[in-house]
Design a protein around this ligand. Sequence first.
Ligand SMILES: [Zn+2]
Length: 250
Amino acid sequence: MLIDVHAHLDFPQFDADRDAVVERANAEDVIIINSGLGTTGIRKTLELAEKYDNVYATLGSTPTEFDLKELDASIELIRQNREKILGIGEVGLDYYWVKDEEKRKQEAVNFRRFIELSKELRLPLVIHSRDAEEDLLRILKENNVKALLHCFGGDAKQAASAAAEGHLISIPANIQNSKQKQSVAKAVPLESLVLETDAPYLSPVSKTRNEPVNVKQTAKKIAEIKGIDYASVEAATTANAKRFFNLAFR
Ligand SMILES: [Zn+2]
């Protein structure tokens, strides 16, 4: 069994053939954790988790959401559905799309609300960080939170030190062509790695749609980079994800 810790199957890119995509993952024993963002994404993600046995939910909000009413509504939906979800996320900081200092401060304020929510609900945090690794890791440290860092964008040294601090580093499917992801996977010990697709994004073949079954390719690539066998990568990344999300199945 493999676990795709981060996908967006609720996105319209999957409207035409969602059943087939989920079935392809199921046929290869791939568990999917779908990340629902904002009130619309949250509702759709809860439906998917209800409908498919191999789909689970984390719920959050994109860091670039500045509509406070929408943010409040998302937080309320997360509270109401506490028992149906594995974690909170993705949430975090995005400095790639947000350059304005005031808006970046607002991102941090919003992010802290989700940290508080994760403590209140006792659910783990799945983090989105883009060009904001330093601030993000500092805020997590200040709050004494160990999180899952989705699609980690920092360098190998930053990744290794984040892993040493107790965070999980998630490797996406585009590791096939990304030197940065390859060096991160090499630097981080197996005990701190998990797999994701971020489907429909970050495909192993650029300009194509990504899907959860591609975590298999990621596991193979990590095995090759680390010079170990595929089964070790499968066992470790699955155990890491289960432990983090408190998943008790199988
Ligand atoms: Zn994502």
